[in-house]
Design a protein around this ligand. Structure first.
Ligand code: URA
Length: 249
């Protein structure tokens, strides 16, 4: 897909997008040997781009599914030096600058996608196209189906109702006085699942994302990852675009 020249230069890690714009305007950027000064110029990705005579190496797009362990930050670095999800990829033949698509809390485990494709990441996280995510929560206390039904209809978080969801009690353990609940949501608001349960008066003790759309991490041990196939990436795009369209109609 064609992308703006300044974005391609920035995505290649050459410099910031703003700096790339400045260099284009200054006539320092060539595409296939010709100086380009137009900021709107689009490139496909196969052109020879040079900035000040230095070739811009374009990264190929990569997509991974990680089974995020708990006690790990969904980021590429942490100012408190805690483990981050990209640590799972270090020394493993992944040279691209990947980052997580959205976030799971430090203490949440499960399915997390990482990529270096900004457009794909935005599509996955777009509020109107958010694709289905399944969580299994262990909550303190005995929660009933009648109570979790309130989650389906929507609860108030920060003055706004959550979108329709699906919820079902899986089990109750009398000894530990905890309930397991399966919750399917489309949104990705900050601490959404924990706050939905808090709204009902139940604290989440453990949270796991079992599915990101049709993807599961059943075959991956915590900290393990695999590459998504081209077909999976295409299907995710199609799902997000379809849901975007349906919601705007
Ligand atoms: N909702 C939460 O509260 N935490 C997560 O990590 C994901 C969804």
């Amino acid at each position: 897909m064609a992308e703006r020249l300044q974005k391609v230069i920035a995505n290649a890690g050459f410099c910031s997008r703003r700096k790339a714009e400045q260099m284009i305007l200054n006539g320092q950027v060539t595409v296939n040997g010709k100086v380009v000064r137009e900021l709107g110029t689009k490139v496909e990705g196969h052109e020879k781009i040079e900035v000040g005579g230095v070739p811009v190496e374009m990264e190929s797009k990569v997509y991974f599914l990680l089974n995020k362990p708990k006690n790990m930050i969904s980021a590429v670095s942490d100012d408190r030096d805690r483990a981050v999800v990209t640590d799972c990829f270090s020394g493993r033949d992944v040279s691209q600058r990947i980052y997580p698509v959205g976030r799971l809390d430090y203490d949440t485990s499960g399915a997390l996608i990482l990529t270096n494709d900004g457009e794909f990441a935005n599509l996955m996280m777009h509020p109107s196209g958010e694709i289905e995510k399944v969580y299994v929560a262990k909550v303190r206390g005995h929660i009933t189906n009648a109570e979790v039904f309130k989650l389906e209809k929507g609860v108030n978080i920060d003055g706004r109702l959550t979108a329709p969801a699906k919820a079902r009690v899986l089990s109750y353990d009398r000894r530990s006085d905890t309930s397991m609940v399966r919750l399917v949501i489309h949104e990705g608001r900050y601490h959404q699942v924990k706050r939905m349960f808090e709204n009902l008066g139940f604290a989440v003790r453990k949270l796991r994302r079992t599915h990101f759309s049709f993807l599961t991490v059943d075959d991956l041990a915590p900290g393990e990852w695999r590459r998504l196939s081209n077909n999976e990436v295409r299907q995710l795009r199609e799902l997000a675009l379809t849901e975007n369209k349906e919601k705007t109609q």
